[in-house]
Design a protein around this ligand. Structure first.
Ligand code: CA
Length: 69
């Protein structure tokens, strides 16, 4: 399982959440040398809000702010 934009997956951060606070970082969770997941960081406090599987391919994340609601 993981993120699939084509199936309509979206990420909800809560009503009134300021999406400009988010920073996205592609990571290689399984250590095979290619990125496969995205960490969602809260920029101002440097906290990880979550990890999204199947959201990075090769060199970077496929997530954009348009995937958030
Ligand atoms: Ca990987």
């Amino acid at each position: 399982m993981g993120f699939n934009r084509r199936q309509g997956d979206r990420i909800y951060c809560g009503k009134g959440f300021d999406l400009s606070q988010i920073r996205l970082e592609a990571v290689d969770l399984d250590g095979n040398g290619t990125t496969d997941a995205t960490l969602i960081w809260l920029s101002n406090s440097n906290q990880i809000l979550g990890t999204v599987l199947n959201s990075a391919q090769g060199i970077g994340t496929i997530l954009t702010l348009s995937d958030f609601i």
